[in-house]
Write a protein that binds this ligand. Structure first.
Ligand SMILES: NC(=O)c1ccc[n+]([C@@H]2O[C@H](COP(=O)([O-])OP(=O)(O)OC[C@H]3O[C@@H](n4cnc5c(N)ncnc54)[C@H](OP(=O)(O)O)[C@@H]3O)[C@@H](O)[C@H]2O)c1
Length: 247
């Protein structure tokens, strides 16, 4: 049976909907400790209560380089490193391309791209030293198909997919496996308000998805499980989208 016993993991955005699925999967796999990051304290307190002593919340902005240094200094003060990274932190701002606000574009690039780059840059050296690491980055169906109002978000997610492939190429020889999950449309705080406010668009998306429904976040658990325990998947992008991007 697969187990991550003896390992320590980190989930960015682990207080969010999809991050909590990653967290639950890691705990089910018996990982010793999961460090969960986010900017707000309340979700971190909630996830700490899920498994007292095994989940450690850490408030930080993923796009702040110095915050990563502070995190690692604090967490690794016991001499143990972080073996598994799941990078879920992300933001999505929708707008017709020509009406997009520069501050929204910058927020998406900062969080989705710079935040993921920094996560990998800070965690890869330790994994490399120990000769073992698993990295799962979260992209999106928007990295694979064109969607109106999602040009910038899709571009940030395509950047994440490119990053995963290059990290896989550069660090595969160090025992580090890097893969991406590209979720389709899931009902979370990131999507629900938009889908409710735009029923015609919601129906059009649902119709285009071959299974004719949106995903439930729990349906991502098997993908997380596969990619944190795989011994040979490398540089892959797993599309878990009900077939949305296949059509
Ligand atoms: N929902 C979908 O249908 C869908 C589809 C494809 C891909 N995704 C991707 O899946 C990931 C998770 O999305 P979700 O649906 O679970 O949304 P969510 O519930 O809003 O979770 C997003 C998480 O990211 C954290 N975060 C945002 N900005 C941050 C920053 N600057 N620094 C640190 N943490 C930050 C948030 O925590 P704080 O606000 O406390 O910082 C939150 O925990 C995202 O990368 C998203 O793009 C979602």
């Amino acid at each position: 049976m697969d187990t991550l016993s003896g390992r320590r993991a980190l989930v960015t955005g682990g207080g969010g909907a999809i991050g909590r699925v990653a967290l639950g999967t890691l705990l089910d796999l018996d990982v010793d400790e999961v460090v969960v990051t986010g900017r707000r304290r309340e979700p971190l307190d909630e996830v700490e209560r899920l498994a007292p002593g095994r989940v450690r919340g850490h408030q930080m902005d993923v796009a702040e380089d110095a915050a990563w240094t502070r995190l690692l200094t604090e967490v690794q003060s016991d001499g143990r490193g972080i073996d598994v990274l799941v990078a879920c932190a992300g933001v999505a701002r929708r707008a017709p391309y020509l009406e997009g606000r520069l501050e929204d574009w910058e927020e998406m690039w900062r969080t989705n791209v710079l935040g993921t780059l920094l996560a990998a840059r800070h965690l890869v050296p330790g994994m490399s030293e120990r000769g073992w690491g698993r990295i799962v980055l979260i992209s999106s169906a928007a990295a694979h198909i064109g969607l109106p109002g999602r040009a910038v978000y899709g571009a940030t997610k395509a950047a994440i997919e490119a990053l995963a492939r290059s990290l896989a190429a550069e660090f595969g020889g160090c025992g580090i496996l890097v893969n991406t999950i590209a979720p389709g449309m899931y009902l979370t705080s990131m999507t629900e308000a938009f889908l409710e406010a735009n029923p015609a668009t919601a129906a059009a998306i649902r119709d285009r998805i071959p299974v004719h429904r949106f995903g439930q976040v729990g349906e991502l658990a098997e993908a997380f499980r596969l990619l944190v325990t795989t011994t040979y998947m490398q540089g892959a992008s797993l599309r878990v989208d009900g077939g949305w991007t296949a059509t």
